[in-house]
Design a protein around this ligand. Structure first.
Ligand code: AMP
Ligand code: GLY
Length: 423
């Protein structure tokens, strides 16, 4: 079959790499793709915002499956437009993508379905938000309701900071995303991510991961999209995964179906492992980036088969087999990231992949025959090992073999788990 994959980051390179390994895939197209994806897919310019153009391309090229990588086209309803044209899609409908597109929607669903999550209040005006603050104590957790490119969450230690943040949100700091806010209780614990693929009825657990969101060593400094990740996350023990399935994932899928918004695609749960058990921090309606890269390294099953089964509502009986080994990815970012990444820095990958790692391109382009940086997160160097320490050693050997003078990386990805392995 012919497959069209939409997106251009490291997540999509990892998906493309895995899809291209499937004997079922005749031709893989990627739009817009990136230089790394060009090795396994035909890259082309296609605007995901132009639903008609995507549908026309699919019809002209006998596309049997469209895989939508990022959240924006999902929240924008691209999956609905394609399904109206009888095109199979991996990714949720606009209504179902509200699980990522509106934090308030998800919190209300958790209330209705009795899913463990932080206590919260929604507010649509600055006045209502300020008076709601009285019901909470520091640290205050404030969230713009809509999509804010990962920047819409503020954790304020003091009430004055919280008030200033609320003023900023209602003054339009996050645009439309901040027309409404969620104020919630601060949860204590360790964070972990859990993934499940569902066709709306059947659910296929799809692995765990932990990422490092802060830009600096030791998890300090500003938040980023993620500076590195590893999978599996040993803190999410098989027992905890069963609890997450029973108390969080299954009731969510059930409630979405019962309420006429069946969720189809990958459900990515951001969890806090609290002393009272796992609680949902947030849902994403797509794979994590860079969590997807480590999941794909470990996946032994045919991704195209799983995605097509999901898109066709035929996930019953389908299994996902993962390597028991650990995969770890290190993000090489452009200097200045996350604020103002420097574009255009020259990259020489040399023989880095010969060091036993796979390099996924996240923000690169080719210019005058050279590979250059074209985004904040530029490369995802990904290696495997029998545990996190070994995977970390393999990965950093390859990272050091990459020549990227205008870039930087964190040298401690996986530190928490490495410390536990040594203990
Ligand atoms: P998000 O951008 O939604 O992934 O949130 C960014 C980060 O804020 C999360 O990864 C958590 O570290 C933190 N966070 C969000 N909600 C809470 C909460 N209720 N309690 C503690 N930390 C939170
Ligand atoms: N790495 C976090 C995310 O994809 O949202």
């Amino acid at each position: 079959m012919n497959v069209l994959l939409l997106g251009s980051g490291g997540r999509e390179h990892a998906l493309a790499w895995k899809l291209a390994q499937s004997p079922k895939v005749t031709q893989l197209y990627a739009a817009p793709g990136n230089p790394g994806m060009a090795e396994c897919a035909k890259c082309l310019a296609l605007d995901a915002g132009d639903h008609g153009a995507v549908a026309t391309f699919c019809e002209a090229n006998s596309i049997a499956l469209v895989v939508i990588g990022p959240e924006a086209p999902l929240v924008d309803g691209l999956a609905d437009s394609l399904r109206e044209n009888d095109i199979a899609v991996f990714g949720p409908s606009k209504a179902a993508a509200q699980l990522e597109g509106s934090k308030g929607f998800t919190k209300d669903l958790c209330m209705r379905a009795d899913i463990p999550t932080a206590k919260y209040v929604r507010a649509d005006t600055l006045e209502a938000a300020i008076s709601a603050l009285d019901g909470f104590s520091a640290p205050f957790v404030l969230k713009a309701d809509g999509l804010a490119a990962g920047k819409g969450v503020v954790i304020a230690e003091k009430k004055e900071e919280a008030l200033a943040a609320l003023q900023g949100i209602f003054a339009g700091e996050f645009g439309e995303a901040g027309a409404s806010v969620v104020i919630e209780e601060f949860l204590e614990g360790e964070e972990a991510s859990f993934f499940a693929i569902t066709d709306g009825t059947n659910i296929l657990p799809f692995g765990s991961a932990q990422d490092h969101k802060r830009v600096g060593e030791g998890d300090t400094g500003p938040n980023t999209g993620g500076m590195g990740a590893y999978s599996p996350a040993p803190v999410l023990t098989p027992e905890l995964q069963s609890t997450v399935m029973a108390q969080i994932i299954e009731p969510t899928v059930e409630a979405m179906r019962a309420e006429g918004m069946p969720y189809s695609g990958v459900l990515y749960a951001g969890l806090m492992l609290t002393s009272e058990g796992p609680k949902l921090i947030e849902y994403n309606c797509r794979f994590g980036d860079p969590e997807c890269q480590v999941l794909m390294m470990r996946l032994e099953s045919d991704l195209a088969e799983i995605m097509l089964a999901c898109a066709s509502g035929e996930l019953a009986g389908v299994e996902a087999k993962f390597s028991k080994n650990t995969a770890l990815t290190v993000v090489m970012a452009a200097n200045g990231y996350p604020a103002t990444p420097e574009k255009g820095g020259v990259i020489d990958l040399g023989k880095a992949e010969a060091e036993g790692a796979k390099i996924f391109h996240a923000g690169t382009k080719t210019q005058d025959g050279k590979l250059i940086a074209n985004g904040g997160r530029v490369l995802n160097v990904t290696g495997m090992g029998s545990n996190v320490s070994e995977a970390q050693a393999t990965t950093y050997k390859a990272v050091k073999a990459v020549d990227f003078p205008s870039g930087f990386y964190r040298s401690d990805i996986g530190w928490r788990e490495v410390a536990r392995e040594k203990a």
